[in-house]
Ligand binder design. Structure first.
Ligand SMILES: [Zn+2]
Length: 132
C-alpha cells in the first residue's frame, strides 16, 4: 500500500470517491438521487478509511477533562456540490444554482445536508455522547 500523507482523517475526497463522483454524476439527477449518490460515496468513504485504518482524531474535552474521539467528516449534499465545482464538473454558476435548489428543497421538506429530517438542535457538538 502507498503511504498516505498526514491529515487523512480529515480527508474525504480520496481518488476512489472522486472517481465515483465523476462517473456517476449526471445533470439530470434530482435531489433524491443526489442523496443516493451521497450514500454511495459515504459507503466508499467508510471502506477506504477501513482499508487505510483511518481513526478519528481525539480531542480534549473540557467537560470531563478527558480525551474523546471526534467524529469523522462524511460526504454531505453540499460538500458534494462543492466537490463538483472543485473537480471542474461544474461551473460556479451551476454550483450556485444547485445550492439554491437545494435550499428550497431543504426548507420545504425539512431535510438536512445528511438527508435526514431536521430536528431540534443537537447537543452533540457541545457534549459528546461519551461524556459523563
Ligand atoms: Zn467529556
Amino acid at each position: 500500500m502507498i503511504n498516505m500523507p498526514k491529515g487523512q482523517s480529515t480527508m474525504i475526497w480520496f481518488p476512489e470517491l472522486k472517481n465515483i463522483l465523476k462517473t456517476q454524476w449526471e445533470f439530470s439527477l434530482n435531489i433524491q438521487e443526489h442523496f443516493d449518490l451521497m450514500n454511495i460515496l459515504n459507503d466508499e468513504l467508510n471502506k477506504v478509511r477501513k482499508d487505510l485504518n483511518v481513526k478519528p482524531p481525539k480531542y480534549f474535552c473540557k467537560h470531563c477533562n478527558e480525551r474523546h474521539e471526534s467524529v469523522l467528516n462524511m460526504v454531505t449534499i453540499t460538500s458534494m456540490y462543492f466537490a463538483l465545482e472543485r473537480f471542474d464538473i461544474f461551473s460556479h454558476k451551476e454550483h450556485l444554482e444547485l445550492k439554491r435548489n437545494w435550499r428550497k428543497y431543504s426548507n420545504q421538506n425539512s431535510i438536512n445536508i445528511h438527508g435526514k429530517p431536521i430536528e431540534e438542535k443537537k447537543h452533540e457538538s457541545i457534549t459528546p455522547a461519551t461524556c459523563q
